[in-house]
Design a protein around this ligand. Structure first.
Ligand code: BES
Ligand code: ZN
Length: 485
């Protein structure tokens, strides 16, 4: 196995994002109102014949065979949130420098890796300013963990296990011996299905954690995932609501029970919420979040469809997760990771899938996130890529994401091995329309082709971490043992 060495020129993400982002939003506002087609055909099947990926040609909206209604378009009722409520955030010291004017009662801390951090208090309604301040003033990402009170923020840092999680895997080693399964899966990925899921999710007005859409879109994901598991008694879904600061938005968890190593858990996750950083305090904000992160949920949904369609059963238990409230401080994933830690769940690997659908110009096909991740798992990601995707002509790079930039950081903090593959963006930086009204399929060429690669990566990860049990589901009551195991 070739060791993963982050290149010395590894760039930090977000470098050029926000300046472009803010300007593009202003330009939109000055030009024309956003026109979005929202009506879904009431009964049609998901776009069975598919449509060519002609850039700029919107394809028909999907309807779903599970009978789920089309997403709401205009009316909603809002859950209660108090914009003046204090929120306690943990940021890097650098990020704190950029948002000093918004924060009060700051105290310096370090995590177990020695990283200088700051706990500070801000008003709920200035949360969205953090990213903007940092992006504009410092030209980099400004991730943070958010808590409802200072005691929880302190307890979080006190219990931090990042050092252990970054250096040591809970599995003796990750192995590569399940090519039979993975090779069968990879050609089955269908761009049209990923497109349809992104299309559906991004047609909610927003998936903001505190809005009613944030809740109903999460419930739709649960229903849709459950429909993919129809007839599989070893697959269950749940809404995870034990998050004290996720408002009414649940996280979604689908579990495939492991056949012979059920206590070893493999996680694949993506955040299900969205945000409009320019309009953050409006619960009716327009935040389609097609790339960030409907693309991640859609990538996982296609991975799940393929894995379940032929009755595959894993040796280890597998959990697909849609996290609530990532955009306001990694809240859903942190609640899950902490709860797993307290109940001693043995998570052996976590894949984070956040933004998969944008690529522009001569950049690699995907980038491994270099920081706040487990070293062994990163090496394994490189091996997976070189084994399964490089032969298909794909290329990889790496990039640093900054402190607490996505949900893998929640798992790292809780002591679990996590890593993330990320879209490469363009030559001048990442997706320019992140957190704006223009994070749509239209600004990604009306195609989900880039996400196909990530679904293939997720399938390789799934097959090689969870492994294939020596059984096949036949639809009958008893499992049938396959010759040769
Ligand atoms: N999907 C992004 C993370 C991201 C954005 C990674 C751009 C790389 C480039 C995520 O949803 C996000 O917005 N993260 C915030 C922090 C979060 C805690 C609000 C960030 O990194 O600024
Ligand atoms: Zn985001």
């Amino acid at each position: 196995m070739k060791p993963f060495l982050p290149s010395p020129t590894t760039l930090l993400l977000c470098g050029l994002i926000s300046i472009v982002t803010l300007r593009s939003d202003n330009m939109r506002a000055a030009q024309a109102p956003v026109v979005r087609t929202l009506a879904a055909p009431p009964v049609a099947r998901p776009n069975a014949q598919g449509v060519a990926n002609a850039a700029g040609t919107p394809r028909p909206r999907p309807a779903w065979t599970d009978g789920t209604a089309a997403p709401p378009t205009a009316t909603t009722s809002w859950s209660q949130t108090d914009p003046f409520a204090p929120v306690y955030i943990v940021t890097s010291r650098d990020t704190y420098q950029g948002i000093r004017g918004l924060a009060r009662d700051a105290v310096g801390r370090r995590d177990s890796t020695g990283m200088p951090l700051v706990i500070s208090e801000i008003r709920a309604d200035s949360l969205g300013e953090i990213g903007r301040h940092v992006h504009v003033n410092e030209r980099r990402c400004g991730g943070f963990f958010a808590f409802p009170n200072r005691a929880q923020a302190e307890a979080f840092l006190h219990a931090d296990r990042s050092r252990q999680a970054m250096t040591k895997s809970l599995l003796a080693s990750y192995t590569l011996d399940n090519q039979a399964t993975v090779d069968r899966w990879l050609p089955q990925v269908e761009e049209r299905r990923i497109y349809d899921t992104i299309n559906y999710l991004s047609s909610y007005r927003n998936r903001y954690y505190a809005s009613s859409f944030g809740k109903t879109s999460a419930e739709w994901i649960r229903t849709h995932w459950q429909s993919l598991a129809a007839g599989r008694s070893y697959v269950t879904t749940e809404l995870f609501t034990a998050c004290t600061n996720c408002s009414t938005q649940p996280s979604v968890i689908l579990t495939i029970q492991g056949w012979d190593l059920p206590n070893e858990v493999v996680v694949l996750g993506a955040h299900l919420d969205s945000i409009n950083a320019n309009n953050r305090n409006d619960l009716n904000q327009l935040a389609p979040g097609a790339d960030d992160d409907a693309s991640g949920i859609a990538t996982l949904t296609e991975t799940l469809r393929i894995a379940l369609s032929e009755g595959w059963r894993p040796r280890r238990t597998v959990k697909f997760m849609g996290y609530a409230a990532e955009e306001v401080g990694l809240r859903g994933s942190n609640a899950i990771a902490q709860s797993f830690r307290s109940s001693g769940v043995n998570v052996v690997a976590v894949l984070q899938v956040d933004m998969t659908n944008y690529k522009s110009g001569a950049v690699p096909d995907m980038k491994l996130i270099a920081d706040y991740s487990n070293a062994d798992l990163k090496n394994f990601f490189v091996t997976l890529f070189d084994t399964y995707l490089a032969p298909r002509g794909l290329t990889r790079g790496s990039v640093a994401c900054g402190y607490a930039c996505s949900d893998h950081a929640s798992w790292t903090n809780a002591g679990y091995p996590a890593a993330m593959m990320f879209e490469a963006g363009g030559p001048n930086g990442s997706f320019p329309y992140i957190h704006t009204t223009s994070d749509t399929l239209a600004t990604m060429g009306e195609s989900a082709q880039n996400s196909v690669k990530f679904a293939q990566f997720a399938l390789a990860y799934l097959g090689e971490t969870a492994k294939t049990a020596p059984v096949r589901f036949t639809g009958g009551p008893a499992p049938v043992f396959r010759e040769g195991g």
